[in-house]
Design a protein around this ligand. Structure first.
Ligand code: UDP
Ligand code: MG
Length: 320
């Protein structure tokens, strides 16, 4: 079978896990090759995201030890989404299909076979979906579930329990390259590309070693980013909030007039102050949300590069 697979692995400070997961990935790749599901010249591409530890040295060492390992490095740390994008965009002209997967061994590597099978059945995008979160702590599970619910309620359609473990064909990636936004939320953008897609289910494990780079604060930022990148629902909610608050204050005015006519005095300054504070707060929140969108627009119009690759483990012919 001459389908060339590139496995894209973003790595940030992963020196502890890389020696382990690289072996697991290579085993899986060789297994798929021996089953004739992918071609021999398939590759595992590590994307070093400006790590501060020995990650890039390990990747270079791996690439010397086995031809199936290759690597690229970003000029500095840009975050997980940009690292995955850098890998996918580099790979899109070199292979037929890509599978992106985290470096920490949390995602079940054996699900790759099901993904490749789904591609053989005609699917161009295959989403890896976690069927259980039992190994996660209750807190992580709860926050992650709220994350998906919030995203979908806010109009950012993402596949439930799918992170960035997915197969995408080079055809999809070539179309994806036309999505020029700098505010990246890959799992919400891929469904926008379309093409035939499906999901495969797998159990999520615990991190093999090292620490998660996604504490609650980063997860909240990602959720907010996802919503504001994919939907303008928050702005609509503000409009509705404005309409409702106006209606309530209209009723309040009528009440005040009626009370005045009936001779009773409207309650004192404390109620006035309470309403003022409430409205002041609501207005500030609304301004914040609008500001968030303006900030996004500002980042978009600058059109800065989304990734800068400073080094590759292979030599390319000069094209200039
Ligand atoms: N990662 C990255 N750049 C970053 C942070 C993380 O490339 O700035 C990579 C990291 O090496 C891992 C993946 O993104 O392969 C997911 O990160 P992590 O496991 O820390 O997140 P979690 O699984 O806890 O959500
Ligand atoms: Mg992880």
């Amino acid at each position: 079978m001459d389908i060339r697979l590139f496995i894209i692995v973003p790595c940030y400070n992963e020196e502890e896990v890389l020696p382990i997961t690289s072996k697991m990935l290579l085993n899986e790749l060789n297994d798929l090759i021996s089953k004739n599901k992918i071609s021999y010249d398939s590759r595992i591409m590590f994307v070093n995201d400006g790590s501060k530890d020995q990650t890039w040295e390990i990747i270079k060492e791996l690439s010397r030890s086995d031809e199936h390992f290759i690597g690229i490095t970003q000029s500095r740390n840009r975050g997980h989404q940009n690292a995955v994008l850098a890998g996918l965009m580099t790979a899109k002209n070199m292979c037929d299909i890509t599978i992106s997967i985290d470096a920490d061994g949390q995602d079940d590597i054996t699900a790759m076979e099901k993904m490749v099978d789904a591609y053989h059945d005609g699917c161009e995008i295959v989403y890896g979906v976690r069927s259980s979160r039992e190994t996660d702590t209750f807190f992580k599970r709860f926050t992650a579930q709220s994350f998906y619910k919030l995203l979908n309620k806010m109009g950012a359609e993402v596949v439930y329990n799918h992170a960035d473990y997915r197969l995408a064909s080079s055809r999809v990636l070539k179309e994806f390259a036309n999505f020029k936004e700098v505010n990246l939320f890959l799992r919400g953008m891929f469904p926008l590309v379309g093409f035939k897609s499906t999901s495969v289910y797998y159990e999520r494990h615990e991190r093999i070693a090292g620490e998660s780079h996604y504490p609650l604060s980063k997860m909240l930022a990602l959720a907010f980013d996802g919503i504001t990148s994919l939907s303008i629902k928050p702005i609509r909610i503000i409009t509705w909030m404005g309409i409702i608050v106006s209606l309530i204050s209209f009723i309040g005015v009528i009440w005040a007039i009626v009370a005045r006519c009936l001779g009773s005095v409207v309650a004192g300054w404390s109620s006035t102050l309470a309403v003022m504070c409430f409205l002041g707060g609501v207005q500030l929140i609304c301004l914040g949300v609008l500001g968030e969108y303006i900030g996004k627009i500002y980042m978009e119009v600058k059109h800065r590069p989304r990734y800068i690759i400073s080094e590759k483990t292979w030599k390319e012919e000069k094209d200039d």
